[in-house]
Write a protein that binds this ligand. Structure first.
Ligand code: PLP
Length: 466
């Protein structure tokens, strides 16, 4: 018996209708709902085209011009173009900055930087996760070393001052003087204000520490020049490429190169990050680069250098500010009272709802956000806030007026949540059970219908089919 050959030219729709159907459902969900997760965005059709291209077939371990496999003449050109555009988009002089575009995503990029520049069990300091930092900045709890960055390195968090709700730079300065970290990480996943990189630099210089900026959330704003610029003060800068930057899921590392200064005898001293970082990425931690992602980063970097991208980022901020102002006007508490960037940090404690319940009820009406701790939260397991972002909806063309409408939708959802809670009591399981009853599902479906009709007025970029 011979088996019939699989037709390798069939589109997904014919080859695997089961899987194709699931993707189509996800696309419909993205189109019909309001995507307000601050770390998400909608990529362009051109970025999607790279991701589904033949570049996924190719092995190219090594650096441009020095590959372990043959046939890389075009891959070399693609990676070179990506590097050139990445530097240009952030206005960097190739004599002073280099870039590695091979990290598979943001977390591997950060781990590569630590591997390169911090010895095993060397000390790092990052913003605590419950205060708006990222897992990969050394997160651990009393009972568990949660992130591998706290297993292989010794981490000490710095925090937000609960009174001002801003990063406590004075306390960081005090702790850093005692802890003497090898590296301080200036980077946030949930923080609505500009970072003071100059202050971070001063604290690093007092202790001989390296300064890493992880600008993952705000790299689009940095490219557009609408938030503080980490490159002026930092030794190394990492970023994801899929958040405000609006590229594929991937990661990038920028590092200083060239002359650093002179020693006491007047001889030049040079930065030594380049080889260490490149070798940490490959062969240290990774194998073959994901060339389809690298091509897509190149496309996104070109787009991020266009004047229209500045307009986009300005609108992202205007929308976040309109959202914050609308929520405050409706009686809600916004952490720090407003925002300078792409996200709003909502503190639900005065409203009597938990982040988990608020997230759940918004999900049921097709608004995607995520629950988040707020400064002063007692438990990270039951956070009291929400993180709400505007990059994705701004990509779909929404403006300040839309944010007003969305505040009204959210307020209606929270009112439903309060009525549910009045019946269910405080526990999330009971809340979900009561929310699922007919009494409340009628109201939920009604509101969801309105929200979906509203969202559908705005086109979704990318492939029209998948
Ligand atoms: C999102 C994020 C990362 C991790 O990115 P992944 O691509 O999810 O691994 C790292 N640092 C910060 C600050 C982030 O916001």
């Amino acid at each position: 018996m011979t088996s019939s050959p699989v037709d390798l030219t069939r589109p997904l729709e014919e080859d695997d209708p089961e899987l194709c159907d699931l993707i189509k459902k996800e696309r419909a969900r993205q189109f019909q709902g309001l995507e307000m997760i601050a770390s998400e965005n909608f990529t362009s059709r051109a970025v999607n085209d790279c991701l589904s291209s033949c570049l996924t077939n190719k092995y190219s371990e090594g650096m441009v011009g020095q590959r372990y496999y043959g046939g890389n003449e075009h891959i070399d050109e693609i990676e070179k173009l990506c590097q050139k555009r990445a530097l240009a988009t952030f206005h960097l002089d190739p004599e002073q900055w280099g870039v590695n575009v091979q990290p598979y995503s943001g977390s591997p990029a950060n781990f590569a930087v630590y591997t390169a520049l911090v010895e095993p069990h060397g000390r790092i300091m990052g913003l605590d996760l419950p205060d708006g930092g990222h897992l990969t900045h050394g997160f651990y709890t009393a009972t568990k070393k949660v992130s591998a960055t706290s297993i292989f390195f010794e981490s000490m968090p710095y925090k937000i001052d609960p009174a001002t709700e801003l990063i406590d730079y004075n306390k960081l300065e005090e702790t850093a003087r005692l802890f003497k970290p090898r590296m301080i990480i200036a980077g946030v996943s949930c923080y609505p204000r500009h970072l003071d990189y100059k202050r971070f630099r001063e604290i690093c210089d007092q202790n001989g520490s390296l300064l890493l900026a992880d600008m993952s959330h705000v790299s689009g704003l940095v490219a557009a020049g609408v938030t503080s610029d980490p490159f002026q003060y930092c030794d190394v800068v990492t970023t994801t490429t899929h958040k405000t930057l609006r590229g594929p899921r991937s990661g990038v590392i920028f590092y200083r190169r060239g002359q650093k200064g002179t020693d006491k005898a007047g001889n030049p001293i040079f930065y030594d990050y380049e080889d260490k970082i490149n070798q940490a990425v490959f062969p240290g931690l990774q194998g073959g680069p994901h060339n389809h992602q690298i091509a897509a980063i190149a496309v996104a970097m070109r787009q991020a250098a266009l004047p229209a991208f500045v307009d986009y980022q300005k609108q992202v901020i205007l929308n976040a500010q309109a959202l914050a102002a609308g929520l405050v006007a409706a009686g809600y508490k916004v952490v720090t009272g407003g925002t300078d960037n792409h996200l709003v940090w909502l503190d639900l404690r005065p409203s009597g709802l938990s982040g988990g319940k608020a997230e759940k009820v918004l999900e049921e009406v097709a608004i995607s956000v995520n629950k988040n701790t707020v400064p002063g939260d007692k438990s990270a397991l039951n956070p009291s806030g929400l993180r709400i972002g505007t990059p994705a909806l701004t990509t779909r063309g929404m403006k300040e007026g839309d944010m007003k409408t969305i505040v009204a939708f959210m307020d209606q959802a929270f009112q439903i949540a309060k009525s549910v809670q009045a019946k269910s009591g405080p526990k999330l399981v009971d809340f979900k059970r009561v929310l699922a009853t007919d009494e409340f599902q009628g109201q939920i479906m009604d509101l969801k219908g309105k929200i979906e009709a509203y969202a559908a007025q705005y086109p979704l970029p990318g492939r029209p089919d998948l």
